[in-house]
Design a binder for this molecule. Structure first.
Ligand SMILES: NC(=O)c1ccc[n+]([C@@H]2O[C@H](COP(=O)([O-])OP(=O)(O)OC[C@H]3O[C@@H](n4cnc5c(N)ncnc54)[C@H](OP(=O)(O)O)[C@@H]3O)[C@@H](O)[C@H]2O)c1
Length: 299
């Protein structure tokens, strides 16, 4: 019988979520029991301040919380900023991770780091965990290094993609930004040729919990079951929220003027996750319906 991630996550050991002011970190704190979340620059209710590049502060946080699991979604994931600031991007993404890996190893805490389908070139997606990496951007190359260092340290890597879901504060994910534009009556340019597997943030959290509980120190693809273009995701979002589809302007990626190259024919296959944990990731439509319910409850 397939078991949803939320059920598997019950009974999880106490976990530290570094980067809980972000999208995935926020979902980890919302979905998993017994978590302590941290922020770096954007305070949130119940969160502790931590700059993960400060090794002393990291050790202190682990000791204070007694966490046996460390979820580490902390990152500077702005792909175009990474492209124009390669040295700063490498430092901002890898130095805190190294601190976290060392401190977690000292205290025998199991760490889960987060990577992306940007480790692939997007010519032959959707990809399996065993497919060779072939990054085409600074961000993608940094993620390859992150994966290598994480696996070498005996920790786990969750590769995910096009994550959307509930967020407090300024929305960062594609779906919430679309909804904000729709609400303002603004048209939005959406690429027709970026094809992937959109993923619900709450399910990334549930699957992360299962991986951490099993101390499964491998690379895991955690993504939604549907493969579609950004354009199709935008259309389904408009339909789910009763917004005007006419506000969506279909364009090729080349018309967006994005600095970093995107993997176009991309997405992640999740057979390994399903077979090992029996996890069901929500379809785009089911995820949008759940998101709509959560937003209505918060209004
Ligand atoms: N979102 C996606 O579609 C997606 C897809 C594939 C992979 N991923 C990966 O998943 C991970 C999380 O993504 P996300 O979308 O949740 O990112 P996000 O919303 O930008 O959140 C990043 C978090 O990292 C924190 N942070 C940054 N530098 C830190 C430091 N030195 N010490 C402590 N915390 C620090 C930020 O804190 P403050 O904001 O408080 O400064 C924030 O809480 C990233 O590795 C990303 O590459 C995301």
């Amino acid at each position: 019988m397939a078991v949803g991630p939320a059920r598997l996550a019950r009974g999880l050991t106490r976990a530290l979520v570094v980067g809980a002011s972000g999208q995935i970190g926020g979902a980890l704190c919302r979905v998993l029991p017994d978590t302590v979340g941290t922020y770096r620059s954007r305070p949130g209710s119940g969160l502790r301040q931590l700059d993960a590049s400060d090794a002393e502060a990291f050790r202190r946080t682990l000791d204070d919380t007694g966490a046996a699991i460390v979820f580490f979604p902390a990152a500077q994931p702005n792909v175009d900023w990474c492209e124009s600031h390669p040295a700063e991007a490498e430092a901002a993404n890898l130095e805190p991770l190294r601190v976290a890996l060392a401190a977690s190893a000292e205290r025998a805490a199991f760490l889960v780091a987060y990577s992306s389908d940007y480790v692939f070139d997007g010519t032959r997606g959707p990809y399996r965990e065993t497919d060779p990496v072939s990054p085409i951007s600074v961000y993608g190359r940094i993620k390859v290094r992150l994966e290598e260092e994480t696996i070498a340290a005996g920790a786990a890597v969750v590769r995910t993609t096009v994550v959307f879901g509930f967020e407090t504060g300024e929305p960062r994910n594609f779906v919430l930004r679309l909804l904000r534009s729709f609400a303002r009556g603004e048209s939005v340019k959406v690429p027709t040729d970026q094809v992937g597997t959109p993923t619900y943030s709450d399910d990334v959290a549930g699957a992360s919990g299962a991986i951490a509980e099993a101390r499964a120190a491998e690379i895991w693809h955690v993504a939604g079951p549907d493969r579609m273009s950004r354009l199709e995701l935008a259309r389904r979002t408009a339909r789910a929220f009763g917004a005007r589809e006419a506000l969506i302007e279909a364009v090729p990626t080349s018309a967006l003027g994005q600095l970093a190259r995107r993997p176009l024919a991309s997405g992640l296959r999740i057979e390994k996750l399903r077979e090992r944990f029996g996890i069901t990731m929500r379809s785009v439509d089911a995820a949008l319906a759940d998101l709509r319910d959560i937003i209505e409850r918060h209004e």
